[in-house]
Design a protein around this ligand. Structure first.
Ligand SMILES: Nc1ncnc2c1ncn2[C@@H]1O[C@H](COP(=O)(O)OP(=O)(O)O)[C@@H](O)[C@H]1O
Ligand SMILES: [Mg+2]
Length: 259
């Protein structure tokens, strides 16, 4: 496919809303559709790395060394279990980023500068997804500065919209000061229990508050999605015909079409 790389940050400072699940399965869906995709793991929990079968032992270089300027991105990128999908893995050492990064020059631009080194045409990734940690700290700011668009997973539960105002104002501040082209791709409802009226209420609420910013696709609660990481596989390789695979394939189509 022609065109430049599109970079998406998957962000929400709430934990457990489906960021990593969305990052892994969107990236894998696009790779399975034949595109070259890179997933960047910015969380010290390294769930995205583990979920794709990549585990970096303590002391070995990960995205942390890239952010610190000790390695270039190409040196730490690994291929994942999905053909066409590479991963820039995290490791538990990333927990130190919070104290190490603030003292550096261009501290908000560290990831953007690093991604610049893999945007050369011969190794060009068509899509890059950045899985953010559950905070609005410097790592998430780095992701927002590096990205063209933000995808915001929202868990379908009470208080689903709580905290969103703070996220949206962080995005607005980054857009104003650090990354003029940043835009919101959309909110995606995750872990939707389609049988409950609560899920329908939350969906109505999200679509009412964010009429132009909500993906049509909703991700149902699906046990295969929860099981897949323990196999080190995206859901489309564990069970290509389950509801979770269908949903993330549909979401990938929507993301690409909205490009
Ligand atoms: N649609 C879903 N159906 C069932 N379980 C899910 C779904 N999405 C996420 N999960 C599970 O919920 C937990 C939190 O999801 P995760 O993607 O890790 O969230 P985050 O990255 O925002 O912390 C994980 O155990 C994950 O496997
Ligand atoms: Mg996560």
């Amino acid at each position: 496919m022609e065109g430049r790389t599109l970079i998406y940050a998957i962000a929400n400072q709430k934990g457990g809303v489906g960021k990593t699940t969305t990052a892994i399965n969107l990236a894998a869906s696009l790779a399975q559709a034949g595109e070259r995709v890179l997933l960047v793991d910015m969380d010290s929990q390294a769930n995205a790395s583990h979920g794709l079968g990549v585990r970096i032992p303590h002391g070995e270089p990960s995205i942390l060394e890239v952010l610190l300027g000790e390695r270039i991105l190409g040196e730490i990128i690994r291929s994942s279990c999905v053909p066409g999908l590479d991963i820039a893995p995290s490791s538990p050492d990333m927990a130190g980023a919070g104290v190490l990064l603030p003292g550096l020059s261009r501290r908000e631009f560290r990831l953007r500068d690093a991604l610049g080194t893999v945007l050369v045409p011969e190794q060009a990734y068509r899509h890059i997804f950045i899985d953010c940690p559950p905070s609005l700290g410097l790592l998430t700011v780095n992701a927002l500065v590096a990205a063209d668009q933000v995808i915001i997973p929202v868990q379908a539960e009470y208080f689903a919209l709580e905290g969103l105002a703070q996220l949206l104002s962080t995005i607005a501040a980054v857009r104003e000061r650090l990354n003029r082209q940043l835009r919101i791709a959309g909110l995606v409802l995750t872990m939707v229990d389609v049988r409950t009226s609560l899920a329908r209420q939350v969906e109505v609420e999200v679509r009412t508050h964010f009429p132009n910013l909500s993906f049509r696709t909703i991700v149902p609660r699906n046990v295969r999605l929860a099981e897949a990481p323990s196999h080190g596989l995206p859901v489309c390789m564990l069970d290509p015909y389950c509801a979770g695979s269908d949903a993330y394939f549909d979401l990938a189509l929507e993301v690409v079409n909205n490009g």
